[in-house]
Design a protein around this ligand. Structure first.
Ligand SMILES: Cc1cc2nc3c(=O)[nH]c(=O)nc-3n(C[C@H](O)[C@H](O)[C@H](O)COP(=O)(O)O)c2cc1C
Length: 168
């Protein structure tokens, strides 16, 4: 199968997940192209058999270049799956919702979504704690400590397995 993994990543977390997915699909003998969404032509998507579209969560939604793909794509592939990384401990099930209408109008099968936590490394710990009300800082520090280094080996192994499961 001709597979495209297209992802928006600012600090590398989602890119790590995308690369783990590529590793899984490579092992399954698939023909995989890995691209940052800023380098991806939205009009090329229809030429693949399967697309894995991913992003980090920025302000509650996908990053700009992933949004650009969603807005401009005209032809979708027969199969699509989604993935995203987020800093908070809650998932964002509506991340790719803006594609729903186009999906409804196509014959594209949605195979599933993979999500995992990604440590926010854009700001220092101190900067992040300063964004939180003083009474919530202790709890925030515990949470931040708990997600250090994520996506970790376990997350990446899960991402790889998820990708493999898409072609079985
Ligand atoms: C400007 C900015 C906004 C963010 N907004 C959110 C958010 O709304 N919800 C969330 O869970 N994480 C948010 N995050 C955390 C990132 O989604 C998370 O760290 C992600 O793994 C980063 O992925 P990347 O390394 O691929 O860019 C934000 C991070 C930045 C820098």
């Amino acid at each position: 199968m001709k597979v495209l993994i297209a992802y928006h990543s600012d600090t590398g977390n989602t890119e790590k997940v995308a690369k783990a997915m590529k590793e899984g699909l490579d092992e399954e003998g698939q023909e995989v192209t890995l691209l940052h969404t800023k380098d991806c032509d939205p009009l090329s998507l229809g030429s693949y058999d399967l697309i894995l579209l991913g992003s980090c969560i920025i302000g509650g939604g996908p990053g700009k270049s992933a949004q650009n793909i969603i807005r401009k794509v005209t032809e979708l592939p027969p199969k699509i799956a989604f993935f995203y990384t987020h800093g908070s401990n809650r998932p964002y099930p509506k991340t790719f919702k803006r594609l729903d209408k186009k999906l409804e109008q196509s014959n594209t099968k949605v195979l599933g979504t993979f999500e995992c936590i990604g440590e926010n490394t854009t700001w220092t710990e101190e900067e992040q704690l300063n964004m939180v009300p003083p009474e919530k800082r202790e709890q925030a520090k515990i949470y931040m400590d708990s997600i250090k280094g994520r996506p970790n080996e376990e997350d990446l192994a899960k991402a790889k397995e998820f990708a493999k499961s898409l072609i079985k």
